[in-house]
Design a protein around this ligand. Structure first.
Ligand SMILES: Nc1ncnc2c1ncn2[C@@H]1O[C@H](COP(=O)(O)OP(=O)(O)O)[C@@H](O)[C@H]1O
Ligand SMILES: [Mg+2]
Length: 369
């Protein structure tokens, strides 16, 4: 997959930008707060259907404007593609190759990218939501219906939380509690089953990358942690998993009522990462944790190629300056034959690397100078 061009209007601090990329390494350089990450955000929306900054679509419209538009032109192994999003206060319109798209599932799965964001460097020790998001974004790009399930599930969690908080207002509380628990368990069964299957593939590759990177003998492993599965984290059958969640929800109604929130379901799950059998979060050094993070991103890219036949575009936001020489050289050596778009404040990060297309960013404008 090659991203050829991105065209943005009234997006964040950008009035209008039209940037062409090479099919190799591209760097966007400039001082802080000039609009480097904004470009990656504008691109990654086409891969994930939302902003990686967790902001709403309308907040991405340039202050003082009524609407904004984003467009990417890219090729994959089958065709040339043209995708657009128009955002205004009242509506959002998306178009793929001149055809209007109304369903998120039709929007997803065309443009694919691996995003490496500074927060990912501490993925091993960060809170569980960062690891869940990693899995959810990666799986969604391969299975558009997964993203739809994640969104639908989030709505049911909100509904059940509101029911629990206001339980005395509902004369048929018990019935509603079981209906919502049943729906949550069904989605949790599917989502957890996909996460477990993906984690198995992912950590197989993480192990190989890690051995290759460090030459070390440490064994990386993982465990899908869910309060409903109670350690049976190798079940991959969605309906079996669904049953476990439902039973826990129904057996622990009182606990959820005391906690005033739903505590059983895949929105509370985690993936624990281990090095030589001990928790990497607690015992691995910062360097080891970062090596695992790099390996996870590279593994995400490999799975994407294997399952779709297309290389994803690698988007690296300000991560190189955070890495020591060895890790930086390693990741660059692994992605040098791919299309990569990297943002950086420091051009010297790329000294000695050939065939780099440089794009200079200043106050929301971009030039090749
Ligand atoms: N909706 C918006 N309208 C106008 N400017 C915005 C909007 N959202 C963010 N910005 C501005 O974008 C700039 C940050 O851009 P960013 O791409 O994160 O910078 P960096 O070059 O450091 O990566 C900030 O100056 C911020 O105020
Ligand atoms: Mg930035």
């Amino acid at each position: 997959m090659v991203l050829k061009r991105v065209i943005l209007n009234n997006f964040r601090n950008i009035d209008s930008a039209d940037i062409c990329f090479s099919d190799g390494m591209n760097i966007i350089c400039g001082r802080n707060a000039q609009g480097k990450t904004n470009i990656l955000e504008g691109i990654y929306i086409f891969a994930c259907g939302k902003s990686f900054r967790k902001t709403k679509f309308k907040d991405m419209v340039k202050f003082g404007s009524d609407n904004c538009s984003l467009r990417v032109l890219f090729s994959d192994s089958k065709r040339e593609n043209d995708m657009k999003i128009n955002i205004s206060e009242s509506k959002r319109e998306t178009v793929l190759n001149s055809i209007k798209i109304t369903k998120l599932s039709d929007f997803m799965g065309h443009f694919r990218a691996v995003l490496f964001f500074p927060e990912h460097l501490s993925i091993v020790k960060n809170e569980p939501s960062v690891r869940r998001n990693f899995l959810d974004n990666a799986i969604s790009q391969l299975k558009p219906q997964y993203m739809v399930a994640i969104n639908d599930y989030a709505k049911i969690v909100t509904e059940k939380n509101s029911l629990i908080k206001n339980c005395e207002q509902y004369f048929d509380f018990d019935n509603l509690f079981s209906v919502l628990s049943e729906r949550m368990a069904k989605y949790s069964g599917y989502i957890t089953s996909e996460r477990i299957k993906y984690s198995r593939l992912l950590f197989d590759k993480v192990s190989s990358f890690l051995t290759d990177m460090t030459g070390g003998k440490e064994q990386v492993s993982y465990s899908y942690v869910s309060n409903a599965l109670k350690g049976q984290n190798d079940i991959e059958n969605a309906s079996q998993i669904e049953k476990c969640y439902y039973e826990e929800m129904m057996n622990n109604k009182q606990r959820e009522l005391s906690a005033q929130t739903s505590i059983y379901g895949c929105h509370r799950d985690d993936v624990e990462i281990m090095l030589d059998g001990t928790s990497a979060k607690m015992f691995a050094s910062q360097g080891q944790q970062r090596s695992i993070a790099l390996a996870m991103k590279l593994a995400e890219g490999s799975i994407c190629v294997e399952q779709t036949g297309d290389n994803p575009v690698f988007l690296l936001d300000d991560v190189l300056s955070e890495l020591d020489r060895e890790r930086k050289d390693y990741i660059l050596s692994k992605i040098k034959d791919r299309q990569v778009i990297i943002t950086s404040c420091d051009e010297s990060d790329f000294a000695g690397i050939d065939n780099v297309k440089k794009i200079y960013c200043s106050n929301g404008t971009y030039s090749e100078r």
